[in-house]
Design a protein around this ligand. Sequence first.
Ligand code: PEP
Length: 253
Amino acid sequence: MASRKPLIAGNWKMFGRNTDLAEIGVLAETIGPAVDKIDVLVCPPAVLIAPAAWQMRGKSLLVGGQDCSPSAADAAKTGEVSAAMLADVGAKYVIVGHSERRQNHQETDDLVRQKAEAAILAGLVPIVCVGETHAERAAGRVAEIVSRQVKASAPGQGGGTFAVAYEPVWAIGGNSTPTLSEIGDVHSLVRETLTQQFGGQANETRILYGGSVGPKNAGEIFTVEGVDGALVGRASLKASDFAAIILGHPAAV
Ligand code: PEP
């Protein structure tokens, strides 16, 4: 079995100001040497990426974007930020296809795939988000939806060039999560789908769980077979909560 370095990513969404970057210093101090065993990523709003990268200098923490343009080349696209621009200011990763973008900006699987491919071209690791809505789960369509999203949104390149985040839409921003066995089932389904696409290279792709992960439940979620880390929203904003999640990973000790 491939050994995949865990990845724990924080998505600040549209929260944070310059003053909040101090949380990064507190985070680095609190997690200490765990940062060598786990890839720890903070994805602040685009305007804070450059100062966050500066704040992280010498600390082994990683900074990433929350979205990028599907266009690899510079272009007359008002308001868009390219993956190359993110890389230029110090980003190493970028989240693509988050459900808030799929729902609020009508992003399709095909657009998400184009963004993931533009990210790889710029030297970034895209985290491709997939996940079913509450209605889709109630209708017994989890496997159909998630496997379709993985097949159609994953970039053409396999292996460790990208990561997948399984984020059930209904679990984001609330208090409920799937059961541990449901999380395990979907993670194996994602791995199987990637194996059909990429063969043995699929063993190198990290699959994260996201949706209401916090200091109280992270430890048990990390014990689920096939969970290579987490994508964390609200609980990544406060260094003490995010650090507790990271230190709850078995690799941290
Ligand atoms: C997210 O938005 O990716 C997320 C997982 O949010 P939360 O942790 O707040 O549910």
